[in-house]
Design a protein around this ligand. Sequence first.
Ligand code: B12
Ligand code: SF4
Length: 459
Amino acid sequence: MEILLISVNRERYPYPVVPLGLSYLAASLGEAGHQLRLLDLCFAEEPLAAIKVALAESAPAAVVVSVRNIDNVTWPSSASYLAGIKEVVSACRCGAPVILGGSGFSLMPVELLAFLDGDYGVVGEGEEVLPELLACIDRGDHPASIPGVLCRGAKGYLPLRPVTLFRRPDRRMFQVDRYHREGGMANLQTKRGCPFSCSYCTYPLLEGRQVRLRPIAEVVEELRELVESFGVSYVYFVDDIFNYPLAYAEELCRAMAQERLSVNWSAFINPQFVTPELFSLMAAAGCDAVEFGSDSGSPAMLQSLGKSFTVEDIRIASRLCREAGIDFAHYILFGGPGESTATVEESFVLMDEINPTTVIAMTGIRIYPGTPLHARALADGIITPETPLLEPVFYISPPIRETLCAMVTEKALQRRNWVAPGLALNMSAEMLELLRQLKFKGPMWKMMKMMVRNRVHPL
Ligand code: B12
Ligand code: SF4
């Protein structure tokens, strides 16, 4: 069949990211013998006109739309992408079925299929189920019994089994070079799944709780291809946690170091699974920056958010990272259940002590269905069972709801290394666009080392 693949994501903050999920689908659809055409709307000047042209030129048998983000998960400067996505889906109407999927879509699939007015939705990983769905549509059968598939008007779907056989993504149709030039990096995945239960987090819902690892030789080969065939010099590992399981991460770093590829990289790290050896292997393999999802410097808040590590773990991991010469950022989430003026203060005190390259502060936590935070928000009366969550709703600890932003702004402004995207503090989309023109590779927060003065609403 002739298939039109569309990536709707146009977000350039903190940088444009390669639609990796769609490149996995391209591999499996290509293998199934489909003819593919890609429309990546990230760089399209007129997205709706580009869709019109693509449909006129190709008359596809199905349109596959990948929905990565539905909003920017940033409070108070919250932005929803849904109206734009709806316009895209409606522009895709050409008589062929429109199939929706992607991480953003999978978070609230029943509501999103109805809101976006798609024909079919796929909840979760698409590489195995999408070819099956297309074959079913081609035969004229009704696909409601395929696990993970949602049909127009349906109120539910059968759960999808996680993919066991990882294919390699096919990036040939994608403008990896342009993403690398304008976003400062490409991306790569070594595993799927997270076994932890942080109260607000959707990653285990999206990828499952069981960690599925790719063969190390294959990951290294893919990295080599990115460097040698796509000219990539910086990569982000999109794994939920790069360093879990620890032994796999160490083995992967050994293998990468042995290849002597000319590439630097960055990843999400959990402060619990670290050793001096891990960081020295990571540095030897080209890692020059990591992002810790630490969330808080308050023991009570770590517990409230369901974190598996302690404040002491955060201290030790930060020290080891500094000793290995790797830049590091800590993400802090302010406003979860139980947050108070005192616990906010504890996070500032811990970050002052650790002094990371950058602290990235988020105020408020996005509430998603199926998470413990959702249940807590119901219990606290922040939402009711009827509250629609397609437009973002944030949990903000009731006693500090009115004061949180002012408190974080005031304290963060006194420190050189804090950014708060929701408060436009030391970081804005405009500032990042300008900095990217300097051809910097890697995460922009590394530039905080050069900050000389703090600003609210930079540029
Ligand atoms: C890594 C990551 C990042 C990194 C990206 C680094 C990089 N260079 O790629 C960073 C930190 C930069 C980042 C930033 C942001 N992120 Co982010 N990120 C992720 C994460 C952890 C993995 C994404 C990924 O690459 N997965 C690997 C690929 C292979 O999987 P996939 O894209 O999901 O595709 C599979 C399936 O979804 C499906 N599929 C995909 N498309 C389609 C289409 C069809 C039709 C079908 C059938 C199937 C299908 O099949 C694919 C293969 O199995 C996810 C959470 C998660 N665990 O999924 C959040 C996630 C995607 N991010 C999210 C958000 C919001 C953002 C930001 C907007 C936050 C911000 N304000 O900065 C930005 C946006 C950046 C941008 N320009 O788009 C949200 C999106 C949901 C939402 N609320 O909108 C997620 C889901 C996290 C969450 N809150 O739950 N992110
Ligand atoms: S925050 Fe990290 S460790 Fe916790 S559940 Fe999410 S991905 Fe797993």
